[in-house]
Ligand binder design. Structure first.
Ligand code: ADP
Length: 521
């Protein structure tokens, strides 16, 4: 027959180990351990303090003591360990603890302290206080030890669990907040997780996506190369590459979003194999490649426009030069003059195009610099109109500036370039002629200059894009008129460098008004 207290001890231990296997809630296990220890030792008060990652002791469970004592105890423990060091001599520690406790409550005369240790590492301590004098017996210590062991295992497990949980949460936060779309698929290609960036890209919420087959969520409008399913059928990811690394798979195309729009994306699939060597999961990294595609598109538009723009004047120059040079022909001075004039004009056009291109590429690397001086925009506009008047006989020009138009601070050459571009566009894009009005308005702080034509005009969607580099509206007229789509881009950049804004008001088929507003200073 076991003595009575042994039976109780066994019952307590059973209860504690059941709690430990049933749940990993550390505070609950600590409470049970403390309760068993205090009851078994006939004590009144007890506490469990655990060491945190900084080596500081903090009270994590108490029994028979007021809650508001906890912060005081924590403070005293901190000071106590400061005075005895991190790994104190047990005798000295006990002495200090005793002083601390007596100071707290005079009735607590005796205390039994046991360190919680696992694999030689101190995790904390378990202390039971009794109100009678005397020291703890070996039996007391044995009882306490059995509980302390349980507590140490529970603390250790909880710490491991906490660490795993923390790693898991950290990883989940990285996935969730990644700018790339990330989803995890199981081996059947069902979606296990789906992050926020993917919600934005697909227009499908994580709640809807998780549990579905990836093909229900990633719907391709157009695929550029093979897809995941056919790669799997061909044996991916088990074709081991030469360096023995499992290959990732890259798939690219246009995704059909929930709202019917499309988005260019590239997906990198990385396999995750289980310990049995079988495919356990596939991690898919989804990237929005719209910008990349746009840049590619722009590059090809750039090459075709620029080569076209270079070819035309060069062909004209070569044609005229060849004709004039013919030795078997005697040309009138008039013909020669005209021919040379064409050669000169075309050479000028080439120079302007090359300057625009150089300027554009420079602007991508640095901000535009201005050479400031007093600028009379009304006079500049009048000179510009005079220059262009000679180039067309189907347009009528009107200048409309109030008297005493303010003189502003600006870069004269650049502002002339803006006006030239706007007026030359007004002529180019009103092929049936009409009136072109160049005018200005001013208030106390700003001036506004506009160029209005009665030409083909622009739709609203075109109005948004014409200020982009190399953008030209794609219709027959623009295909036959010359231009590299740089004029308005440069004009807008020049006006922005003057802290101003260049805008357009237009209706398709009803002419266009380009106007810029800049501060006078
Ligand atoms: P470019 O004239 O060399 O094509 P711009 O940058 O000056 O380049 O103009 C971009 C596009 O804006 C033009 O191709 C044309 O489609 C449109 N655009 C510019 N000015 C006008 C205008 N006054 N009326 C109608 N469309 C215009």
């Amino acid at each position: 027959m076991l003595p009575d207290y042994r039976v109780r001890q066994r019952d307590f231990l059973l209860e504690i180990s059941r709690a430990m296997t049933a749940q990993l809630e550390l505070s609950e296990v600590l409470r049970l351990v403390l309760n068993a220890s205090v009851v078994m030792l006939g004590g009144q008060v007890g506490l469990i303090a655990l060491r945190d990652s900084n080596g500081l002791y903090r009270v994590r469970a108490t029994m028979g003591m007021e809650n508001d004592l906890v912060p005081i105890l924590n403070q005293q423990l901190r000071e106590l360990f400061k005075s005895v060091g991190r790994d104190p001599d047990p005798e000295m520690l006990n002495e200090k603890l005793r002083e601390m406790v007596v100071a707290l409550d005079r009735r607590l005369r005796q205390f039994i302290n046991l360190p919680l240790v696992i694999a030689g590492q101190p995790l904390g301590m378990l202390i039971v206080f009794r109100s009678y004098r005397g020291s703890a017996t070996t039996n007391d210590l044995q009882i306490l030890e059995s509980f302390a062991d349980q507590a140490a295992i529970a603390v250790h497990n909880a710490q491991l669990y906490e660490k795993i949980d923390q790693d898991r949460r950290r990883l989940a936060a990285i996935l969730e907040n990644s700018a790339d779309g990330i989803m995890i698929l199981d081996s059947e290609l069902r979606i296990n997780s789906f992050n926020r960036a993917l919600e934005r890209m697909t227009g499908c919420s994580a709640r809807e996506a998780v549990g579905r087959h990836q093909d229900e969520v990633i719907v391709w409008k157009r695929l550029d190369n093979g897809d995941l399913k056919s790669a799997l059928q061909e044996g991916w990811p088990f074709r081991i590459s030469s360096d023995e690394h499992v290959e990732t798979l890259y798939v690219e195309g246009d995704l059909l979003r929930r709202d019917g729009l499309t988005l260019s994306i590239g997906i990198t699939y990385a396999p995750l194999l289980g310990s049995d060597g079988q495919l356990a999961n596939i991690i898919a990294n989804v990237r929005d490649i719209t910008h990349f595609r746009k840049a590619q598109e722009m590059q090809s538009v750039f090459i075709s426009t620029v080569s076209h723009e270079l070819k035309t004047p060069v062909a004209l120059i070569k044609g005229y030069a060849g004709t004039l040079r013919r030795e078997d022909a005697m040309w009138d001075p008039e013909v020669i003059r005209n021919g040379l004039a064409v050669i000169e004009d075309e050479a000028d056009r080439l120079t302007i195009l090359i300057e625009d291109l150089l300027e554009t590429s420079k602007l991508q690397a640095q901000r535009m610099e201005l050479d400031l001086s007093d600028v009379h925009l009304d006079q500049l506009a009048a000179q510009c109109v005079e220059r262009f008047r000679t180039q067309t006989d189907i347009h009528e020009f009107i200048l409309n500036f109030p008297a005493n138009f303010p003189v502003i601070q600006g870069d004269e050459a650049r502002l002339r370039q803006v006006l030239d571009n706007l007026v030359s566009n007004a002529i180019k894009y009103s092929p049936d002629g009409g009136t072109i009005e160049v005018g200005g308005e001013a208030d106390d702080e700003t001036v506004t200059v506009y160029v209005r034509d009665e030409g083909i005009g622009l739709s609203e969607s075109e109005q948004e894009r014409i200020f982009e580099r190399f953008y030209r509206v794609d219709d027959t007229l623009r295909r036959t008129t010359q231009g590299a789509g740089l004029g308005l881009y440069l004009a807008k950049t020049i006006i922005s460098a003057h802290n101003g804004a260049l805008r357009v008001k237009s209706k398709l088929g009803h002419g266009a008004t380009f106007y810029f507003t800049i501060p006078q200073q």
